[in-house]
Ligand binder design. Sequence first.
Ligand code: PAF
Length: 283
Amino acid sequence: MATLIARNLKTLKKSLLGKKFRDKNIGLVPTMGAIHNGHLALVKKSTNLSHVTIVTIFLNPIQFNNEEDLKNYPTSLKEDIKILTKNKVDLIFIPSRKEMYPENFSTYINLKKFDNILCGKKRKDHFSGVATVVLKLFSLINPKYAFFGEKDYQQLVIIKKLVKDFNLNVKVQSVKTVRDSQGLALSSRNKLLSTNQKIKATKINKILRKITLKNLKSQKAFSSFFKRKLNFYGISKIEYLEVRDNKSLELYSSKDIIGKSYRVFIAVKIGKVRLIDNFKIGK
Ligand code: PAF
């Protein structure tokens, strides 16, 4: 069946009441556009699990704490629609900022956990903006499943907590990070990298993959060792490089390593492009 496109709330509501969506298990894939194979892995999982799949494309201004970053975020709407149509998405929802956040919009999710570490430390209100828009999309679309990539692992943890704390009737499904042939985690922001910057970016995964539980004798020694390695390849703007518990996101303790499952988290800037990555180590 043809892919429907809803560019406003009225069309979305009308479509959801139609035969195609009524009483169906809806899979939701929220995106900010600049669709790549990472998004398509979410779409694929959704089409396998759900009766119908809705992808949203909305560059959510309230999750950006920097105007410049928002302005430079890659967009490719025409191409996105083409790709999603080809991948048999049932509906693409492309709301306007005005409709999502009318002038008198004043209610935001305030996170008491997980948002003052890692990406939340420097990006004030970022996760409040993410949680607010995701809750809004859940309430507009009422999906049975919602799909998020492990690439944004902190976001995934926060959304799972949002669903739990608000008793939402949505099953959050995670999908493993999709990487290119060099191991670089796919991200819309990769489109902003020059060829040389991309070569640099591939070093992140190559170097950090060498981290094992044995390296974690002390957080400081481990991070300075690997930061020096990254510096060697010209990656010097490292916002954070940390190892945290895979579930609680607590910083790991060097006394308590064996049998645990941890995750390495990194955020760097290459030129003006901010990149993040993470992967599991241990059990
Ligand atoms: O991961 C993203 O692309 C965004 O943070 C999300 C979940 C679509 C919310 O704007």
